[in-house]
Design a protein around this ligand. Structure first.
Ligand SMILES: [Fe+2]
Length: 219
């Protein structure tokens, strides 16, 4: 399952679904997109607290608005396929240190966010269902922008922290890539590859390889 959304790392997975595959996919997507609204909102206020440049704060605010719309789109798609989307629990969160923010951003924002955005780009072209294709076309540039925001936040934090933190973030990104690679050993059901255009396992691994190359992440 690859839902392009910025989920907080302490978020529980969505409740198990007895809906058919496609509906269950969009139930999960709706759940994670909704969680992303709060995640970007929290990021916006944390960036403000830590004195981030205004464009980063503004981009986080815009991303939260984007995610509100993504959640609505995903809920509509879930219901269209017979699913019953649920909302994630409210996750009030205390202020975090810059290092805590950096770690979540480096892994979930940069790695998972970039990969998720790449998957949505594929879906926007390959989904056989025209409504899904149109929805993914709408989401794709915004998810790409969110991934860029994560890398911009990563760059800002790396520039103001020492080599120890930077090395820890690079190690965490490599570890996240290993976990992602293990998840991509398994093929999605054919209906997900067809109807919603998810990449095959081989295609997914190629997307990761491209991400590693583009971002120059050393093995
Ligand atoms: Fe999203």
């Amino acid at each position: 399952m690859s839902a392009a959304a910025r989920r907080p790392n302490d978020l529980n997975p969505p409740p198990p679904s007895d809906a058919p595959d496609v509906a269950a996919y969009f139930e999960a997507l709706a759940y994670f997109e909704e969680a992303s609204v709060d995640a970007f909102d929290a990021l916006r206020s944390e960036l403000e607290v830590h004195g981030a440049p205004r464009p980063l704060v503004a981009a986080a605010a815009r991303a939260s608005d984007d995610e509100r719309m993504h959640a609505r789109i995903a809920r509509t798609l879930a219901m269209r396929f017979g699913g019953r989307p649920s909302l994630p629990p409210a996750a009030p969160r205390g202020a975090r240190t810059l290092e805590e923010i950096a770690l979540e951003n480096a892994t979930l924002g940069c790695i998972r966010g970039s990969y998720g955005a790449a998957v949505v780009r594929v879906q926007a072209v390959r989904a056989s269902d025209p409504v899904v294709r149109a929805a993914m076309k709408r989401l794709a540039p915004e998810e790409a922008r969110h991934a860029e925001l994560a890398w911009a936040v990563h760059g800002w934090i790396c520039a103001r922290t020492g080599p120890l933190v930077r090395d820890a973030l690079i190690t965490a990104q490599r570890d996240e890539l290993v976990v992602l690679g293990e998840e991509l050993m398994f093929e999605h059901d054919a209906v997900l590859i067809d109807v919603i255009g998810l990449p095959t396992a081989n295609q997914a691994r190629a997307l990761v390889a491209r991400l590693v190359q583009e971002r120059r992440i050393a093995a």
